[in-house]
Design a protein around this ligand. Structure first.
Ligand SMILES: C[S@@+](CC[C@H](N)C(=O)[O-])C[C@H]1O[C@@H](n2cnc3c(N)ncnc32)[C@H](O)[C@@H]1O
Length: 210
């Protein structure tokens, strides 16, 4: 294996060809000062949503809808995406993207609120896929809630799990890095989960609930 993987990383991030719907959602994200999922992560989300045949999906951190559109593209026609964000401007931008994507309105439930408040109100073991891409300090709580929400065989996906390549360096003690290192370890150590870390984007941590 070559010592420097960055060329392959850039190459794979450049492979997905995104259409106007995703391009406009990215533009709105940047106008709002948001960092949407990378091209590679968006493509991976579509594949994971399709291969898992998920019918019920929860997303924490809607943003301007890039990841939501990517998930919807992989989901079947009767699947429902519940997406949570406390920022009304972000939700408004995301709704524009969802409409442009041509997804039926009854497939998308946008909830204005904090993940910490909304997730505990959702039903145990009722979801096939949970995607976390919100405020980093709350990731441990979202992972705990996500595991509770998943059915057996359900898929948990954590974005930014390598925290801009900082997680691998134990000398880095940034608050977000420490949290994500802890989240990664808790998931790896959880015997009820089968997990894998993909280096896509800023790290995509996948875990299936046994
Ligand atoms: C990185 S952006 C999400 C990007 C989005 N997943 C995408 O790819 O387009 C993070 C989002 O988390 C939201 N957020 C911040 N605090 C939150 C909280 N407590 N609960 C849920 N979402 C939160 C922000 O408003 C922001 O829209």
């Amino acid at each position: 294996m070559s010592a420097d993987k960055s060329t392959s990383w850039s190459y794979t991030e450049g492979l997905p060809v995104e259409d106007d719907v995703l391009r406009r959602a990215r533009e709105r994200s940047h106008e709002l000062g948001l960092f949407p999922v990378s091209h590679g992560v968006a493509a991976a989300l579509s594949v994971l949503a399709a291969s898992s045949k998920a019918q019920t999906v929860v997303e924490v951190g809607t943003g301007a809808g890039v990841s939501g559109v990517a998930l919807l593209r992989g989901l079947g026609p009767r699947a429902v995406l519940t997406t949570i964000d406390p920022d009304v401007d972000h939700l408004k931008a995301a709704r524009e993207a969802f409409i442009e994507s041509g997804s039926a309105a009854n497939r998308i439930r946008t909830i204005s609120g904090r993940g910490q408040d909304v997730l505990p109100r959702l039903t145990d073991a009722a979801y096939d896929l949970v995607f976390i891409d919100a405020d980093k300090p709350s990731f441990p709580e979202y992972v705990e809630q996500g595991i509770r929400l998943l059915k057996s065989g359900g898929l948990l996906i954590v974005n930014d799990a390598l925290d801009k390549d900082r997680v691998s360096d134990p000398a880095i003690r940034e608050a977000s890095t420490v949290v994500l290192r802890r989240v990664g370890k808790a998931i790896r150590d959880n015997e009820n989960l089968i997990s894998a870390m993909l280096p896509t984007g800023d790290g995509l941590l996948l875990a299936v609930k046994r």
